[in-house]
Design a protein. Structure first.
Length: 151
């Protein structure tokens, strides 16, 4: 018994988790295989040591106390649930309001750009003076390039 499947079968045998037919095969193999017998005895001793030296978990309150606490919390949350639809409705409005505000912002920014100033800059290709600022525009239709010089 050297492969992993055989070792797992021995461990399952010690734990009492093998099906009946496989358990009979392992029991028939044990008298003939000293290594398997030694492993089974070691696993049984280890299991016994774990059971005897495992610390006992002591809970200060009974199981019923914990379940009653859980039940009270569930009932308290179910009482608060009528406000949940109002909150969901407010979030529903936000779901539509935020994209609408974004679209409105884009519309305002686009409408603030004056098309007449763009035409004046792009049309002449000469200097445009606004207060103390001058701009020159170069456009090459063949290259598809427009260059703006601001001085």
């Amino acid at each position: 018994m050297k492969n992993n499947e055989s070792l797992l079968d021995l461990q399952a045998y010690v734990d009492g988790e093998l099906p009946e037919d496989r358990r009979r095969e392992v029991e028939a193999l044990l008298p003939a295989d000293a290594d398997a017998r030694e492993l089974v005895e070691g696993l049984r001793r280890l299991s016994g040591l774990l059971r005897t030296h495992e610390p006992a978990a002591v809970v200060p309150a009974s199981r019923e106390f914990y379940w009653s606490q859980i039940r009270r919390r569930i009932e308290a949350e179910s009482v608060e649930s009528p406000t949940a639809p109002a909150t969901a409705a407010a979030l529903g409005w936000l779901r539509w309001l935020i994209p609408a505000l974004g679209v409105a912002t884009v519309v305002v920014v686009v409408s603030m750009r004056s098309p007449s100033s763009e035409l004046a800059l792009a049309g002449g290709g000469g200097d445009v003076t606004l207060a103390d600022v001058s701009s020159t525009v170069f456009r090459s239709e063949s290259d598809g390039v427009t260059v703006h010089w601001i001085q």
